[in-house]
Design a protein around this ligand. Structure first.
Ligand SMILES: [Zn+2]
Length: 441
């Protein structure tokens, strides 16, 4: 039976190419938007949501997160990237059981959807990534997920995270077959080689080939810190991007998290191949990686998404916080005019959809697109008066202002309550699991 849902009387920030904003209604039939405007005629029996004094906008898209890491929130402060990985994150991921991964992902997705993020590109972990898919299935978030691939047999990598090239590829393909396109195409597989220092050349070459054969996205880290760049350059004798490009890991189907430091030749490769960058401002500040010069990248028409990265390097998964920071951190270097608020909002909406190859489905509110919509309460002491809705959303709104969340036409969050899981129970189990994990490390 067809389900009709109507959002009424909201300030609709479409985030489309024309940046249309108007006060009106949105009619959703099943999973899609069928009509928008100030005078629409939905059926009388449609479910109605009153959005008076609220901003209605597309759900946020975070194109770089690690939901499996959420139980390490608060356990990994004051470390730079390689120490952070070696001393804490790899030992943490190495000890995760299937049920730890399940509760970590559930906690992450609870935080994400309650905060208005409706779609993620998630880097899983070496083992048990099926439980991340199961959590996304249950919570109702739209997700591209991939198991972490890391086949380099290095002493610094704990044994349980070591895998051989064949295992890594076979398991990736098995997960693809099990989950890709499931739940009305809400769940997708994305290949996730961790980064060049933890992957053999053979693995990267084969990953590039599988991506072409299966038409899949590749999600990896690149040029996050100077230390990592130096190690790669010493080992390979070329710049990192030249290396990735030579192996086939550039293009419209490749998302590179970070790219804080790029040489001109690398920036040109990204630009010419239309490879995407995912900006993670909190993580880059906390791990002391640096500040990616996003205004320069945008000037060169490089597509940039946004992501909170993982809870232990942020320590939240808050899309609104990332937008505010993405806007503010550029000002000291590039002046107060560094980025316009609508450009920042775009990173978390339409540009994210571009990374996922889904601009025909998500990233803006338009007729025939999927109904991935959030309703943000604007009637708070910290948000009124409102002048420009982009300014409100980027500088002023908080994730806790998100009142209702609709994903694939289904109401997932209603009046700030998650309908698809018991939040109290998730919080309780997450703390219990974290206590046990950190006794084992
Ligand atoms: Zn990351």
């Amino acid at each position: 039976m067809t389900k009709n849902l109507v959002i009424q009387n909201g300030l609709i920030v479409t985030a489309n190419e024309h940046l249309d904003v108007f006060t009106g209604d949105i009619w959703i039939k099943d999973d899609c938007i069928v009509s928008m405007g100030s005078t629409i005629s939905p059926p009388n029996d449609a479910t109605r949501i009153d959005a008076t004094n609220c901003i209605v906008m597309p759900g946020l898209i975070q194109t770089h997160v690690h939901t499996c890491q959420t139980l390490a929130r608060g356990y990994a402060d004051h470390l730079s990237l390689l120490d952070w990985l070696k001393q804490l994150i790899w030992p943490y991921e190495a000890t995760l059981t299937a049920s730890d991964v399940a509760i970590a992902a559930k906690l992450a997705m609870t935080e994400l959807v309650l905060g208005g993020t409706t779609s993620i590109l998630d880097m899983g972990t070496v083992r048990h990534t099926e439980h991340i898919f199961q959590a996304a299935h249950d919570i109702g978030i739209r997700a591209h997920i991939g198991k972490v691939m890391m086949d380099k047999q290095e002493d610094m990598i704990p044994k349980p995270l070591q895998e051989n090239t064949r295992q890594s590829i076979d398991e990736s393909i098995a997960l693809y077959k099990q989950w890709h396109g499931k739940e009305n195409e809400r769940l997708h597989y994305a290949l996730a080689p961790r980064f060049s220092l933890s992957c053999t050349k053979q693995l990267l070459v084969e990953t590039a080939q599988i991506a072409r054969d299966y038409n899949l996205l590749i999600h990896t880290h690149a040029n996050e810190t100077l230390e990592e760049i130096e190690l790669i350059q010493k080992e390979l004798n070329v710049t990192h991007l030249e290396y990735l490009h030579s192996l086939g890991l550039t293009g419209k189907h490749v998302a590179l998290a970070h790219c804080v430091h790029l040489q001109d030749i690398e920036r040109n490769i990204i630009k010419e191949t239309e490879t995407h960058i995912v900006h993670c401002p909190s993580s880059n500040l906390k791990l002391a990686s640096g500040i990616a010069p996003t205004p320069e990248y945008l000037k060169e028409h490089i597509n940039i998404g946004i992501g909170a990265d993982g809870a232990p390097c942020n320590n939240n998964l808050d899309g609104f916080w990332e937008m505010r920071l993405a806007a503010l951190i550029q000002c000291p270097r590039f002046t107060a005019k560094a980025l316009q608020t609508h450009q920042v909002l775009r990173m978390a909406t339409l540009s994210g959809a571009q990374i996922l190859g889904s601009t025909d489905q998500i990233g803006s509110l338009e007729v025939n697109k999927k109904a991935d919509i959030i309703i943000v309460d604007n009637q708070n002491s910290h948000t009124v008066p409102q002048n420009n809705p982009y300014s409100t959303l980027v500088y002023t709104s908080r994730s806790s202002d998100v009142r209702d969340v609709i994903i694939d036409g289904k109401i997932i969050v209603k009046e700030k309550h998650l309908l698809t899981a018991d939040t109290e129970e998730t919080i309780h189990h997450a703390q219990e699991h974290a206590n046990e994990i950190f006794k084992r490390i």
